[in-house]
Design a protein around this ligand. Structure first.
Ligand code: ADP
Length: 275
């Protein structure tokens, strides 16, 4: 889904002494079918921005357009329910939202809520649990009796079960060890590649992930998008990134070093280097 923000401004607790401006006149345009990462220092407005992408937050001023939905300050919540069928959201620690008696029921809950029959929902749930690597033997167990890593997979299956077109990932690998982080990111990337229509917007502190998976990266600072471009473009600006408290990932540093050794005209990317 195409995403466009026009002069998007968001202020928490507007009109109170605790008023806090989190986004200021953000303009941006993201084509559909893209993997976009958002990087920026803590407090730069990344989470606030992505919470506008499924209508969890509405602009204080300006507009945000997601596919056919235009969200303005005055847009009513009831007009956004249908948007949520198309936009999946995985927050930090999504396993905190598990609540059903069995793993299968938990994953089937969303599809049932959006009108599928019990049988249809269970078939979808089984397919998604398979995709995230949860064995069938666990389907009837409580989601609270499995490991933390498995709980996260079940929670992710619950989001994928809604067959979103746009997936918002806000630090989805927080708290996992490096191996766990890699498997989860790989899983999202496989999902993204299954069809051309799917888009991902990832908020991350992991510069390696941003470099590895993104078609484009947005850099945020103090409530504004201060740069947007390919990983190559963004990570060629090491000095500017360091000023924002960000770093150039090691794989890219290595790539840049190899390039400069070769006179700067080698056509390789970070993936090529890793393989
Ligand atoms: P990031 O995701 O980049 O860390 P956030 O979008 O969470 O940034 O925060 C942007 C700004 O808004 C920060 O100054 C933060 O303190 C403030 N903020 C975030 N959530 C709230 C909230 N619920 N109430 C008040 N201020 C908030």
């Amino acid at each position: 889904m195409h995403i466009q923000a026009n002069q998007l401004t968001y202020t928490y607790m507007k009109g109170t002494p605790f008023e806090k401006n989190a986004l200021t006149k953000v303009d941006l345009s993201l084509s559909s079918g893209q993997f976009t990462s958002i990087i920026g220092h803590t407090g730069s407005g990344k989470s606030t921005l992505v919470q506008h992408l499924n209508g969890l937050l509405k602009p204080t001023e300006g507009t945000i357009t997601i596919g056919d939905w235009i969200i303005r300050p005055e847009t009513k919540q009831k007009n956004l329910y249908s948007l949520r069928e198309h936009v999946g959201m995985v927050f930090q620690f999504p396993e905190h939202q598990l609540f059903n008696e069995t793993i299968l029921q938990d994953v089937a809950y969303g599809p049932i809520n959006f009108g599928k029959t019990k049988q249809e929902a269970e078939d979808i749930a089984k397919e998604c649990l398979h995709k995230v690597g949860i064995p069938e033997t666990l389907y009837d167990q409580s989601p609270f009796d499995i490991s933390g890593g498995q709980m996260r997979r079940v929670a992710i299956a619950g989001v994928l079960a809604l067959d979103p077109t746009l997936l918002i990932l806000d630090e989805p690998t927080a708290g996992l060890d490096p191996h766990g982080q890699e498997t989860i990111m790989h899983l999202f990337y496989e999902w993204f590649q299954e069809t051309d229509e799917r888009s991902i917007v990832l908020v991350t502190h992991q510069m390696e992930d941003a470099a590895r998976y993104s078609d484009q990266i947005l850099v945020m600072d103090r409530g504004q998008v201060v740069d947007q471009g390919s990983p190559e473009h963004i990570f060629s600006k090491g000095t500017e990134l360091r000023k924002l408290g960000l770093s150039v990932p090691q794989s890219v540093q290595l790539l840049q070093a190899v390039r400069s050794e070769c006179g700067g005209d080698m056509e390789i990317d970070a993936f090529t280097l890793e393989e």
